[in-house]
Design a protein around this ligand. Structure first.
Ligand code: SF4
Length: 70
């Protein structure tokens, strides 16, 4: 991945609920969204905590977490 600079990275990272802290996109929201969108996924910050920590970023896991339906 090309190194992306973001003036707001520290501020974004401090507020981000994604627990994969070693990710090079952490706090660089545009890169995070683009990365997951390219795989039909959602960024970790959208998931409730129990679902987020599975690191399954699929739309299916998001719907399951938010509705209880698969
Ligand atoms: S949601 Fe994915 S790309 Fe974004 S910071 Fe977490 S692990 Fe990295």
């Amino acid at each position: 991945m090309r190194k992306v600079e973001c003036a707001n990275q520290k501020k974004n990272a401090a507020a981000c609920t994604c627990t994969y802290l070693s990710c090079e996109r952490h706090g660089i929201c545009c890169a995070c969204i683009a990365y997951h969108r390219a795989s039909d996924q959602l960024p970790g910050c959208l998931f409730p905590p129990e679902a987020e920590k599975t690191y399954d970023r699929s739309v299916r896991n998001f719907v399951r977490a938010m509705t209880g339906k698969t």
